[in-house]
Write a protein that binds this ligand. Structure first.
Ligand code: H2U
Ligand code: ZN
Length: 462
């Protein structure tokens, strides 16, 4: 239907052919379009669309084919002899001699360089699985499911306007914390040891079970809380670039200090009640431990194996290829690239990558840190603009383990829990708990939506 009533190259060419050569002589062209287009839809259904979307070489060939076709078409138009005054204006006999209607084969082949046909077929999305080369896991993508009705729970992030100082907040300057300690009247960033730390520095020597079926390991570590600002209502997207820069510096210093004593330092932020965040005061956390956590070990292994095969860091290759075609790019500057990753599980998941191979936060150059503040403000503003509220998410940095600096790339994951709107949360349940992660809207559609949003905050205050 869309194909029939919108003016694309097929419709215009058929109309011109009909006017010039009559319906009968245009029939092979008409059949060629129908068969060629139908065959293309069939191949896209089998996966050709994926190749088209992911292979820069295929895209380059298509682009070149399209350019050559336009030049050929322009030449054909330009080379039609002009009608002399008094000549029959309908169709000149000279043109009739030189021009023939498109043959069946020509019309079939033309579909492959017809941009409109591609746009239409690519938007017909079928269920498929995508591979995550960072974890080795697969995700089931079912774009056709977005139309399903929702009669489940509706949630909404708080729209309540928060004060700059809240006397009841555990994290505001000068207030008493839940653990009984008092915060100093801090003015910038404030870091303290978590009063309810999940990891402890000192442990009594204790034997843990070590059998195949009952296996435990003692662990040591430290957990810190980092208040990004003394202002209770100043979330990261609302901060100035220099304030965000201060947070980046603190993340770098914490990583440098703790990684000298621990095997792995996890810097992260839980934002919003929906992510289980206990306090709206802008803050993040840092957990450092004398062990390598499961997901970090998984990403390390996948990157190591890729490097062995290709002698190049996986994420540098990935950033280059994503940046080259841009269909999943949400924001980009000289040093950073933010994409909805090809294998994203969460609807509006983002992966933020440096363009250079950088193993960890302390290795960023001052320019890269400045550009990081810019790109962070940009993507977090888009997130807030998406729902016109403060967007909830869990974000965290993944950094190279000691000895993995050559192949393991610094990156940030943003995992927001919302599905389609501010009210509908995505639950990882059912099939996802038991078999495999699944998503509805495609990563490309999510990237389109985020890219189309303004990078100026909807409140107008930042
Ligand atoms: P969230 O980022 O999930 O909101 O956690 C905040 C952390 O702050 C949490 O780990 C700690 C909690 O233990 N906390 C304190 O250390 N002291 C307090 O007085 C309140 C919260
Ligand atoms: Zn506060």
């Amino acid at each position: 239907m869309v194909m029939l009533y919108t003016p694309g190259p097929n419709n215009s060419m058929l109309a011109v052919s009909g006017a010039n050569f009559g319906l009968q002589r245009t029939i092979p062209h008409l059949l060629g379009v129908s068969l060629g287009f139908g065959f293309m839809v069939f191949l896209v259904g089998l996966g050709a669309g994926q190749i088209m979307q992911t292979s820069p070489i295929v895209q380059r060939i298509m682009r070149l084919g399209g350019i050559l076709f336009i030049l050929w078409f322009a030449w054909k138009i330009a080379s039609v002899p002009a009608n002399k005054p008094g000549e029959d204006v309908n169709i000149s006999s000279k043109a009739e001699k030189r021009n023939k209607p498109l043959t069946f084969i020509q019309a079939t082949l033309f579909q492959w360089i017809n941009g409109k046909a591609w746009m239409i077929t690519a938007s017909m999305e079928y269920p498929h699985r995508r591979y995550n080369p960072l974890t080795g896991e697969w995700v089931l993508v079912s774009p056709h499911r977005t139309k399903r009705p929702w009669q489940g729970k509706l949630e909404k992030p708080s729209a309540e306007k928060k004060p700059e100082f809240d006397a009841g907040c555990y994290l505001c300057p000068g207030n008493l914390r839940a653990g009984g300690k008092q915060n100093p009247p801090y003015a910038g960033i404030y870091i303290f040891e978590n009063d309810f730390a999940a990891l402890l520095k000192d442990l009594p020597e204790e034997d843990t079970p070590r059998s195949e079926l009952f296996n435990a390991l003692p662990v040591k570590g430290e957990c810190r809380v980092i208040c990004f600002s003394p202002k209770h209502n100043l979330t990261l997207p609302l901060m100035s670039l220099s304030e965000i820069g201060g947070v980046i510096t603190a993340w770098q210093q914490q990583t440098a200090e703790l990684s000298s004593r621990y095997k792995y330092v996890q810097v992260f932020e839980n934002k919003g009640e929906m992510m289980g965040c206990s306090n709206p005061h802008p803050h993040g956390q840092i957990w450092a431990g004398d062990f390598i956590p499961t997901l970090v070990a998984q990403e390390d292994k996948m990157q190591r194996e890729y490097f062995t095969r290709h002698s190049r860091p996986l994420l540098k290759d990935y950033a280059e290829q994503e940046s080259a075609h841009g269909i999943r790019t949400v924001a980009e500057n000289e040093s950073w690239l933010a994409v909805v990753p090809y294998w994203a599980v969460w609807p509006y998941e983002l992966l933020l990558l440096p363009k250079r191979h950088v193993p960890a936060l302390p290795s960023l150059t001052p320019v890269e840190s400045t550009h990081l503040a810019e790109v962070l403000k940009n993507i977090l503003t888009r997130y807030d603009n998406l729902i016109q509220l403060s967007y909830p998410y869990s974000m965290g940095w993944h950094q190279a383990l000691s000895g993995a600096e050559a192949y393991s790339g610094l990156h940030v994951h943003f995992y927001p829990p919302l599905l389609r709107s501010a009210e509908v949360k995505k639950f990882m349940v059912g099939y996802e708990m038991l078999a495999e992660s699944q998503r509805d809207i495609s990563p490309e559609t999510a990237a389109d939506t985020l890219r189309a949003l303004s990078s100026v905050h909807y409140t107008g205050i930042a």
